[in-house]
Write a protein that binds this ligand. Structure first.
Ligand SMILES: *[C@@H]1O[C@H](CO)[C@@H](O)[C@H](O)[C@H]1NC(C)=O
Length: 306
């Protein structure tokens, strides 16, 4: 009689403690079973069908990338996007097939990325109005052609200030949602002053339109420990207050906390605190080499009820 009672009290205390942590960190409460994977940037012939999909998770493929450069990747186009992912292996009909085969799969496109034609890909609008107008029309065409459901913002190099970035991206997301062209949007910042200044300006003004924060935790040091990872997670959850900040790793283990060094331990800890909002991976192209082992483990963890 004594033990169960004490146990119940301990659980209540823990629940109070956990909700207190959430209030402190400003995070959206609750776990989610969302798994997301970038695909197509490296032209290694990876296909949707090769990637293991657990039927008990919500699964997002994120095509990488559409960029507002001309098709040769040398000149800026002020918001007129072209396709730079492996569209031979990741075509409109292959998007339809994978979505028809798995009702839990959605497909998004990521905008920007680190490089184009071996040089930095810049966010460089001529003006807010012209960029938004061009971006809305070119992306609406691509999203409809490829049967896509959402966009991800992954600009990493910038001309122009934070207000311009926030206004362009905020209006783009708002318009695509209002027009029912997309049903979700995410952003993919990392811990760099120029990057954070811009994404936080966007978050302050348009955070209510942004469904997920694909924070690139793998941009931290390769020596990151589990407790450092949790501390980074706390910091970014309070930066992107109220947001669903996802955890992340690199398939090749070259940065951040890798699966080999305790990534899943950190995820389990967050999950026990009701703070695991999902996991994302960069990228399927590289995971192909090891048989998608960590993708399977990630999804099993997310699918497990506790
Ligand atoms: C991708 O497939 C094409 C066509 O089959 C082939 O020529 C190319 O070498 C492949 N690339 C890689 C990286 O496997």
């Amino acid at each position: 009689m004594e033990m169960p009672k004490l146990f119940t009290i301990l659980l209540l205390i823990e629940a109070l403690f956990v909700s207190q942590i959430q209030v402190q960190a400003g995070a959206a409460p609750g776990n989610s079973d969302l798994f997301r994977e970038y695909i197509g940037a490296e032209f290694k012939n990876v296909t949707f069908a090769e990637v293991p999909i657990n039927r008990n998770v919500e699964f997002h493929f994120i095509l990488s990338f559409a960029i507002d450069y001309d098709t040769s990747g040398t000149s800026l186009t002020n918001g007129d996007f072209n396709i730079f992912w492996d569209s031979y292996n990741l075509s409109p009909s292959q998007v339809s097939s994978i979505k028809n085969a798995h009702s839990n799969v959605k497909v998004a496109v990521s905008l920007g990325g680190d490089t184009v034609a071996s040089k930095y890909a810049y966010f460089s609008p001529s003006s807010v109005d012209s960029w938004v107008s061009n971006a809305v029309s070119s992306l609406t065409r691509i999203i409809k052609q490829y049967h896509l459901d959402g966009i991800d913002i992954d600009y990493e190099h910038f001309h122009g200030d934070s207000d311009t970035f926030a206004e362009c991206i905020g209006r783009l997301i708002t318009t695509l949602k209002t027009n029912k062209v997309i049903s979700f949007a995410s952003i993919a910042p990392f811990d760099n002053d120029q990057v954070q200044e811009r994404y936080l300006a966007l978050w302050r003004k348009y955070g209510h339109q942004i469904d997920y924060v694909n924070f690139q935790f793998y941009a931290y040091d390769k020596e990151t420990t589990v407790s450092q990872f949790i501390s980074y997670f706390n910091t970014q959850s309070s930066n992107y207050k109220g947001g669903k900040v996802l955890t992340s790793f690199l398939s090749d283990g070259s940065g951040g906390l890798s699966p080999a060094n305790g990534f899943f331990t950190a995820c389990e800890r967050l999950k026990s605190q009701q703070r695991l909002h999902g996991i994302f991976v960069w990228c399927a192209d590289e995971s192909k080499a090891n048989g998608f082992r960590s993708e399977k483990q990630s999804q099993a963890l997310l699918a497990c009820p506790n």
